[in-house]
Design a protein around this ligand. Structure first.
Ligand code: XLS
Ligand code: NI
Ligand code: NI
Length: 436
């Protein structure tokens, strides 16, 4: 089989002085930073839907992507070839993981049985390619938002037949993920929300979503799939409001319906900002609940109010992400999946390389900077000091839960006005910039 990227060699680390755009300036897979190889900290993944399937259409115009290896048909053969080319891409790029939706890798057919058969036929190739290359599946998922039957939701559709179809589809997607040794499985409920409350019974829809997720947990146990389930929060788009709107809403939903122990979160930068949060905020919410699972690494545009899914290049952003990640102990099953697409103007195959190389280098720098900040210790030292009144005396008693309002009143009557220290925000911002 001819190569998809015949002119592109394996991308090598050439260091910061290199002027070769098809080289890494900072990502050096086997270099040890903070006690671990960079590849093991970062666990990069290629998003099949963007890299292999996105035609780069937007609401104002059709696709522009030039992908000579794809014959444009929905034949099984084309799907299988595409799968092989995805592995060529990962090999040349030196990325260890990939993620897919069932309908990215294989075409949807007229019946569930035929669609499942198509998926199996492509999974055969994915499995063989994984064995050939050692590449791994970070997570799988089911596309419950593209087909017309899901226009009013999948697990939250008002139609029980649609709920059933979605369940059957997820059953198969989990099985295929399991077969391919997937390290996790993601639920992103793009249409699990509403377009208008005028036609919606929110309570009933949320109850249904919870039932659906419980069924998924039961099935996972039944087939022995050990990887975690992830919920991927997003506030809206395509729905007006998505029930999994942000990390806190997801965690509350999971808790309310007794699902907490079975789910972690897959956080996406662009979704965080759409929800009115920073990515670091979302990460800290998840980490505080012991629920950080994986990351969809991308970024939005400050001036465009939708999920533009751009490749992350902002070192300040990657530093924040890596700082929270390192402080939390790093990934176990998760990774940095580039849920990102090249711009519509960047239609050549080589642009896929530029995009991923840039994202990988940006995260490599974020990792090194975050590790240097931690090693330096001043940031953590300041924060520790800032809360030090809770380390002893009345503060320690509060944290231990030993006292109540009566003791606080007695303390305050005796001690009067507390002595407050500056928050030093500008000092801290300057300190971070020392490292960037
Ligand atoms: C869309 C989501 C989607 C999920 C997988 O906004 O990011 O791509 O990651 O279904
Ligand atoms: Ni995503
Ligand atoms: Ni997204």
């Amino acid at each position: 089989m001819a190569e998809a990227f015949p002119d592109i060699p394996k991308i090598a680390y050439e260091g910061p002085k290199s002027k070769n755009p098809l080289s890494f300036k900072h990502y050096n897979a086997d270099e040890v930073v903070a006690g671990k190889k960079m590849r093991d900290h970062l666990r990069f993944g290629v998003a099949y839907w963007h890299t292999m399937r996105n035609t780069l259409a937007d609401p104002f115009g059709g696709g522009t992507a030039v992908r000579p290896w794809d014959d444009g048909t929905d034949s099984i053969e084309n799907a299988q070839n595409r799968a092989r080319f995805c592995f060529e891409f990962m090999e040349k790029l030196g990325v260890d993981y990939y993620c897919f939706h069932d309908r990215d890798v294989a075409p949807e057919r007229a019946t569930l049985a035929e669609s499942n058969k198509a998926l199996d036929a492509v999974a055969d190739v994915l499995e063989a390619e994984q064995q050939r290359t050692g590449k791994k599946l970070l997570w799988g998922t089911a596309c419950l938002f593209a087909h017309a039957r899901y226009c009013q939701g999948a697990a939250t559709s008002p139609n029980a037949g649609v709920f059933a179809y979605a369940g059957a589809q997820v059953k198969k997607a989990i099985e295929v993920t399991h077969r391919l040794g997937g390290e996790g499985y993601t639920f992103w409920g793009g249409r699990e929300g509403y377009a208008t409350l005028w036609n919606t019974n929110m309570k009933r829809e949320m109850d249904h979503l919870a039932k659906f997720l419980h069924m998924a947990v039961d099935h996972k146990k039944a087939i022995g799939f050990k990887g975690p389930f992830y919920i991927e929060p997003k506030p809206r788009e395509p729905s007006t409001h998505q029930y999994d709107s942000d990390a806190a809403a997801c965690l509350n939903f999971l808790r309310q319906y007794g699902l907490t122990e079975h789910f972690k979160l897959n956080l996406e930068t662009n979704h965080a900002t759409l929800a009115g949060h920073s990515m670091r905020h979302e990460m800290e919410v998840a980490i505080a609940a012991g629920a950080l699972g994986s990351i969809d690494a991308n970024t939005g545009d400050e001036l465009i109010g939708w999920d533009t899914d751009q490749f992350p290049t902002n070192i300040y952003l990657t530093t924040q992400i890596m700082l929270s990640l390192l402080e939390s102990g790093g990934f176990t099953t998760g990774g940095l999946n580039f849920d990102a697409k090249v711009r519509r103007e960047s239609f050549e195959p080589v642009d896929l390389f530029h995009a991923h190389i840039g994202g990988m280098d940006a995260f490599a720098r974020g990792l090194k900077i975050a590790s240097a900040i931690i090693e330096d210790g001043r940031l953590a030292g300041f924060i520790k000091q800032r809360y030090s009144t809770f380390d002893s005396g009345i503060g320690a008693q509060i944290e231990k839960g030993e006292i109540g309002f009566a003791e606080l009143e007695a303390y305050t009557l005796k001690n009067g006005e507390p002595l407050l220290a500056s928050g030093r925000q500008e000092f801290m911002e300057n300190l971070i910039n020392e490292f960037i």
